[in-house]
Write a protein that binds this ligand. Structure first.
Ligand code: MG
Length: 378
């Protein structure tokens, strides 16, 4: 039995991870579950998996605590997380917390335990990627594209790799021009053609900011300059990542559009075990298309490349500014095409204030400041 902690267990990635765990009851023991608030779903998960600790970011009502299984203790916040990690010493910690709130749990895990960090929180890598360098051996990326690249790269030497390709479905607005984009409404942006995900990341997929974040993630996780990371629009979303070697070979990693594949890989890593999920059938796949993204229309992608090249504090500010811009768009306060403009304005305005070497505190502070500034400006 392997002890695992699932942080952000009530979100989309968290619930899918628990589904993988449920399919292998003889393999995993869930010792920690965490979520932002004490919800009915969290309670149901606690009853089903009987972890040692349930952690909520916000204080929980007494009624919630009373309903927890008798062996399960409730703790709050980052301190609670550190304590639970020290007590349970899990072998693996999945960080599926969404947004800026996920940054500190990643570093708590790396600093307060010996666990392998199965990382699904993008903000950790984008906002504080420089700080992950000493821990790269302990990180297994869960984001589908990076998990795909990771699987190939661990079998190659650094000097053998020429280029990394990240695929993008292109989102619901692929092929649209700027004029059309101005008028798209939140409900249209929330209809992702391939993946079912949380709201924030679904809008980020529509603006291609999500892919921009992933370019930055690749820079830090695999230590390659952003110029050697290329984005390919691939509407079928079956090939998730491609590694090109210096001798001209391309390794493609393909699997059905289902997060449980990278989650299973990460949870069992470094082992591979048989899956009971339906696998890809090449004869029914049909055509696979790849095209260049439209950088002029989807300005968020261009911005992310630029800030990815510059690194901290631009990357940390980018995370906060984008989180606010997406919220404002969903609240109907700004248009879809205002998102990149607001992000750019915010990052440029705050960058001088946060210049200097990054720390976890400064990365979180910069992201939070950019969030507040962008949110307050509309
Ligand atoms: Mg992804």
């Amino acid at each position: 039995m392997e002890e695992v902690a699932i942080l952000g267990s009530t979100g989309s990635v968290g619930t899918q991870a628990l589904d993988v765990v449920r399919r292998h009851p003889d393999r995993f023991k869930v010792v920690i579950l965490s979520a932002k608030r004490a919800s009915r779903r969290l309670l149901e998960q606690a009853k089903a998996f009987e972890p040692d600790f349930v952690i909520t970011e916000e204080p929980a009502p007494d009624g919630f605590k009373r309903e927890l299984p008798t062996k399960t203790k409730h703790l709050t916040g980052l301190l609670g997380l550190s304590l639970a990690l020290e007590r349970t010493k899990p072998k693996k910690v999945l960080n599926a917390v969404s947004g800026i709130f996920g940054i500190e749990p990643s570093f708590r895990t790396l600093e307060h335990s010996n666990a392998l960090l199965l990382l699904a929180n993008k903000e950790t890598v984008v906002a504080a990627g420089e700080l992950l360098k000493p821990y790269l051996e302990r990180i297994v990326p869960v984001d589908s594209e990076h998990n795909a690249l990771f699987q190939v790269l661990r079998n190659l030497k650094r000097e053998e790799v020429k280029k990394l390709y990240l695929t993008a479905s292109g989102g619901p607005f692929r092929g649209m021009g700027k004029e059309e984009l101005k008028r798209v409404r939140p409900e249209q942006a929330l209809k992702h053609p391939r993946w079912r995900m949380g709201k924030k990341i679904t809008v980020d997929s529509a603006t291609l900011m999500n892919k921009g974040f992933e370019v930055i993630e690749a820079r830090y996780l695999f230590e390659v300059p952003v110029e050697r990371v290329e984005v390919l629009v691939h509407p079928q979303s079956l090939v998730h990542g491609i590694v090109e070697t210096v001798d001209g070979h391309h390794f493609l990693v393909a699997y059905p559009t289902d997060m449980r594949y990278p989650l299973q890989h990460a949870l069992f890593y470094p082992e591979r075990v048989a899956t009971d999920l339906p696998t890809l059938s090449w004869t029914s796949v049909g055509k696979l298309e790849f095209e260049r993204p439209d950088f002029d229309t989807f300005e968020c992608l261009k911005l992310a490349y630029e800030y990815g090249r510059r690194g901290f504090p631009h990357t940390a500010l980018l995370v906060g500014a984008d989180e606010a811009a997406v919220e404002l768009f969903l609240e109907g306060k700004i248009s879809f095409t205002d998102i990149p403009a607001l992000v750019k304005r915010t990052v440029e305005a705050l960058a001088p204030r946060f210049e200097g070497p990054p720390t976890v505190e400064r990365a979180v502070e910069a992201a939070a400041a950019a969030y507040a500034a962008a949110k307050g400006s509309a």
